[in-house]
Design a protein around this ligand. Sequence first.
Ligand SMILES: [Zn+2]
Ligand SMILES: [Zn+2]
Length: 257
Amino acid sequence: MLNFCSLYSGSSGNCSFAQSSKTNILIDAGVSTRKIENALSSIKVSPESISAILVTHEHSDHIQSIGNISSKYNIPIYISDGTWNALSQEQKEKISPENHVSFTVDEKFSIGDLEIFPFSIPHDAADPCGFNIYNGTSKISIATDLGHVTEGIIKNLENSSCILLESNYEPEVLKFSRYPYILKKRIDGPNGHLSNIDAGNTISRLIPTGLNNVLLGHLSKENNFPELAYKTVMEQIVKNNFSDTSINLSVARSQRS
Ligand SMILES: [Zn+2]
Ligand SMILES: [Zn+2]
């Protein structure tokens, strides 16, 4: 059994929750401790029951409160050495040595009855990764903050039943947005973020491998809208000759109320 829930998703902060019958974990903690406490309480999970926080990369929308929540609830932070070294001194000091657990990207590890496989993604951070999370025969994946989708990423996402997939921006909206040119180039560059069209094409490659549920996440506040992301992704799936009932598509909420 494997449950997954996106608590916060988007450029203003990211935090997801995964759960087997025995183990609860968070992936990223990019909003305040209080917001995470509130979101967990809304799904009736106590922060004390969290066994680990996995970190994808060092951008502040993913790590804002890892130090605070780790010290408040004595939660181990699982992080690659590259990402750890890119953290600020202030953030590192909040994490006690026994709660600093290092992993290597592309090497499997376990937390309770969960198996975790961190895989490398192209993004402008020190050592960014996505995660495959396994429990028995169940597999779910998290793939956000990726500039483009490589064949290696497709391989990693195959056979997942549920993916939190980035659908960051609509190309036409980005083109005409008030963002400075240099920032637009970063976002749509090979190490930036994934567009709605890229997300649609990625899902189309994965439907034949058993993908049932996709949560579109990490939407840009300025260059996308939930309804538009849904529409463009679904149109792209249909263009690729799949019916609109071949996948259960939803948009992860950026904030919980
Ligand atoms: Zn990032
Ligand atoms: Zn991000």
